[in-house]
Write a protein that binds this ligand. Structure first.
Ligand SMILES: [Zn+2]
Length: 289
């Protein structure tokens, strides 16, 4: 029976509800005792890609030298294998905001799912490079958790929807979250008395919609190139201001990101990198080449 009151504390039921959904679940050793402390009330699910098609469940359990694991509660391999690695809080959400989550508190209110996938690119079409087995395992996991919490699919969000503005995140790449939620809702079926879900916010902040990467063209790219040339001549003085985001622009962005604490070095100018650069998001006439 679905609960109609908020679940508070660790999701000790995770393995059971996933198996009940028909998932072949692997229990990573020690998962029942792994976590960065205890959950507060669990309000939904957050979906991620790992950035690599081959990232293992162990890498999610143990983390990296700069970020100790667990990095999420669940890992889904490309063959659809689901592994539960932790039941306590995991470092997956970071800074961000969404209407039903306290600002910057996603880790204490969201179960994280890391999918072993490169994400391809921020504009790749839905399910590009997502094998059916991995995609439908993801749908089942989200449905099982949302249903257990008496929620609709509206309570599954992507990292990019929460942290796109704060951190420049674009994961899960090649996943249209509205289409994913449609599939999750079909899997959930009808549940009575679901928890009410506020509408998502209208994006705010001058950098909210900035997303420039290899292949992007236009005046904002020219503005980026002009800014990099003038502010960072030591590594960007050679850039052409042509409004075409090519390999040299990407390389300069990476250098800037590597030199700026807190930025992910991915060569993509999202809101966080744009803010760090103080990029003018609405250049008047930027193409001078
Ligand atoms: Zn993520």
């Amino acid at each position: 029976m679905p609960r109609t009151t908020p679940w508070a504390g660790d999701p000790v039921w995770l393995a059971d509800v996933l198996r009940a959904e028909g998932i072949e679940l692997v229990e990573f050793p020690g998962w029942q005792n792994r976590g960065h402390g205890d959950f507060k009330d669990i309000r939904g699910v957050m979906v991620h890609h790992t950035g690599s098609d081959n990232a293992t469940a162990a890498s999610i359990a143990y983390g990296r030298p700069d970020l100790r694991g667990p990095l999420s509660q669940l890992h889904i391999a490309r063959d659809g294998t689901v592994t539960v690695v932790a039941v306590g809080v995991a470092w997956h959400a970071g800074r961000g905001m969404y209407p039903w989550i306290p600002t910057n508190m996603g880790n204490w209110h969201l179960i994280g799912i890391e999918c072993a996938n490169s994400g391809t690119s921020p504009t790749a079409p839905h399910r590009h490079n997502w094998p059916d087995a991995q995609y439908f395992a993801l749908v089942k996991c989200c449905a099982a958790i949302n249903r257990r919490l008496s929620q609709t699919a509206a309570r599954t969000i992507g990292h990019k929807e929460y942290a796109g503005r704060a951190q420049g995140k674009w994961d899960p790449g090649a996943i249209d979250m509205d289409l994913l939620r449609r599939d999750i809702q079909a899997q959930i079926g009808d549940i009575s008395r679901s928890a009410p879900t506020p509408r998502p916010p209208v994006p705010v902040g001058e950098y909210a919609d900035v997303l420039l990467f290899r292949g992007t063209e236009g005046p904002l790219v020219a503005e980026l190139q002009r800014l990099l040339r003038s502010a960072h001549p030591e590594f960007a003085g050679h850039l052409a201001v042509d409004g075409d985001f090519g390999p040299e622009t990407e390389a300069a962005v990476r250098v800037f990101q590597r030199r700026t604490p807190g930025l992910k070095v991915d060569g993509i100018v999202g809101p966080a990198t744009a803010a760090a650069l103080r990029l003018n998001p609405a250049p008047a006439t930027a193409v001078t080449a």
